[in-house]
Design a protein around this ligand. Structure first.
Ligand code: FRU
Length: 548
């Protein structure tokens, strides 16, 4: 439905220190969404909404002057009945295409688009990167994430928000944190302040508190906001920032606070990436922070947590990592992390900036991680995705304890086994999987056994999903040595979605993720190779969509 109450006027707006002529659009908000046309071929301009003479929001958008590539939307629920005035300092031809409706443009086909991941989270519209503020609270898993609601590329950093009861099926909620006059909303974490240490709780309702970096052209500062309604609405702390360490580090790179409660000393800990590594800060009230120590060798997006070794709670170790997921194992006394071994890796590929859920229930202390999947979604009004949630454990290996990562048990509901075979030749195995009907999404588990030198693997429509070179000990180009160094076998559990592939080797000892190449009709669905290899075990599963 087109606008009924709009009015376009020419006005002068202040841009930098000069006035430019811009068109102003005035709209009385009567519907849930405001739909905005986007064209990637246009330059970005700044759009501003004014309400009662005050700026309501400001963001960059490539407003389509001709035919839009796609549409994005603003959720106007909070502004019903208000009149807003919209200005734009780019090409204004697209202003008269903006319209309000109770549906966002394309809502009827959302989650059913051609390149929409079917069992991974992606946002309805726009760009996503790092998971943020992952927390379990009162029966809901919260996934916040770096989000540009207005374009399929990075810009306007905000915290998007989705909730789930099982970490598998997600409901996307309105944007949680939007840019303000301090800057844009970069990555961070959340806690529940059960003891009201910050004083934001209301009655028996504990505050969910978010810690995030605000980025502006000069610096990156650490700020907080709180929510008393399970993350649905947020109030930014009026004395932000909490930490401004630009001068101390002579660097703009100070970001991505990860906050948690350290029970032995009863204080809060913040791990913050500063210039060349992770710093530790401590606090009693979440507002005043004391610098304690610094560990060089990491970049962006810290996480730090304790895990039992082989599930034994009397043998615990601390794990610290950065955005690339390389990690150190060591000890932590609430103020300083002492490395014992590292850096190691357990996963590579498209994963980046992974985070783990905070506040897991006492009877389910799993350490569950979700990583950003740097996976392009070609031609879609959205981009990137989250990888499957995986449980992280420390397992003793011949080299000492190491992280292993396997998809959470909740993901089992997605897959139905349609066949299991054993002791097949490569050709017979390739024949068996031809029965697979839906190749856009499935799961396959295979154990391959070498008897002659030197490599084996399989491809999907010609793309090598597993390429094991036993001579150089490379799995898809990355060094991997099995726990039994004389082993001639390798097991791969692969999760194929429309645009992505995740592979878990030998029960999660190593994993990787990659972009899936488009289907090529001239190639075999799945082809196994290797000189007289045996496909010792092969299991095929269909996959369900998580979207209704
Ligand atoms: C990692 C990162 C973070 C930053 C965010 C900005 O991908 O660079 O360090 O907070 O993305 O979107």
């Amino acid at each position: 439905m087109r606008l009924t109450s709009t009015f376009i006027a020419l006005t002068l707006i202040m841009l930098g220190n000069h006035f430019v002529q811009a068109q102003n659009l005035s709209i009385k908000i009567t519907k849930r969404y405001l739909n905005l046309p986007v064209s990637q071929a246009e330059n970005r301009g700044t759009m501003q909404f004014q309400m009662l003479g005050k700026q309501e929001r400001s963001f960059k958008i490539r407003l389509a002057s001709g035919k839009p590539d796609y549409w994005v939307f603003c959720d106007m629920t909070a502004l019903q009945g208000q009149t807003i005035s919209i200005s734009y300092d780019g090409k204004t031809d697209g202003l008269n295409k903006i319209y309000q409706d109770d549906k966002f443009a394309g809502q009827d086909s959302v989650y059913r688009e051609k390149n929409r991941p079917q069992y991974h989270f992606s946002s309805r519209r726009g760009w996503i990167n790092d998971p943020n503020g992952m927390i379990f609270f009162e029966g809901e898993y919260h996934l916040f994430y770096q989000h540009n609601p207005y374009e399929r590329e990075w810009e306007n950093m905000s915290w998007g928000h989705a909730v789930s009861k099982d970490m598998i099926h997600w409901e996307e909620l309105p944007t949680a944190l939007s840019p303000d006059n301090l800057g844009t909303m970069f990555s961070g974490s959340t806690v529940i302040d059960y003891n009201n240490t910050a004083g934001f709780n209301r009655g028996k309702t504990p505050a969910m508190i978010a810690f995030f970096t605000v980025d502006n052209p000069e610096k990156q500062i650490q700020c907080m906001a709180y929510s008393l309604d399970k993350g649905r609405t947020w109030t930014k702390y009026d004395k932000n920032p909490l930490i401004d360490s630009r001068a101390k580090w002579n660097s703009k790179d100070t970001r991505d606070p990860r906050v948690f409660w350290y029970e032995p000393s009863k204080h809060w800990v913040m791990v913050l990436n500063e210039r060349d590594g992770h710093s530790i800060y401590t606090s009693q009230n979440l507002k005043e922070w004391k610098y304690e120590s610094h560990l060089t060798g990491f970049w962006e997006c810290p996480d730090l947590f304790e895990l039992p070794v082989d599930g034994d709670n009397s043998k615990k170790k601390w794990v610290i990592y950065g955005a690339s997921a390389t990690y150190m194992i060591g000890s932590f006394d609430g103020k300083t992390f002492k490395p014992e071994s590292g850096k190691h890796y357990y996963t590579t590929g498209s994963i980046y900036a992974a985070q783990t859920f905070a506040n897991m229930p006492e009877n389910d202390p799993r350490r569950i991680q979700i990583g950003w999947g740097r996976i392009q979604q070609p031609g879609m009004p959205f981009n990137n995705m989250m990888l499957l949630p995986t449980e992280l454990r420390l397992r003793t290996t011949k080299n000492g304890p190491r992280l292993v990562s396997v998809p959470v048990k909740e993901s089992e509901q997605l897959f139905d086994r349609i066949g299991q075979w054993s002791a097949l030749s490569a050709n017979d195995a390739s024949e068996k999987v031809k029965s697979l009907q839906a190749t856009d999404k499935f799961r396959m588990k295979a154990t391959l056994k070498l008897s002659h030198a030197t490599s084996t693997g399989f491809s999907l429509f010609g793309q090598r999903l597993l390429d094991y070179d036993m001579n150089s000990n490379l799995v898809n180009g990355v060094f991997y040595s099995p726990e039994d160094m004389t082993s001639m076998e390798i097991t791969a559990d692969i999760y194929v979605d429309r645009t992505s592939v995740e592979v878990f080797i030998d029960n999660g000892a190593y994993s990787y993720s990659l972009e899936r190449k488009p289907v090529s009709a001239s190639k075999e669905i799945i082809q196994f190779w290797g000189n007289q290899i045996e496909v010792k075990n092969l299991e095929m599963y269909t996959a369900k969509s998580i979207w209704k």
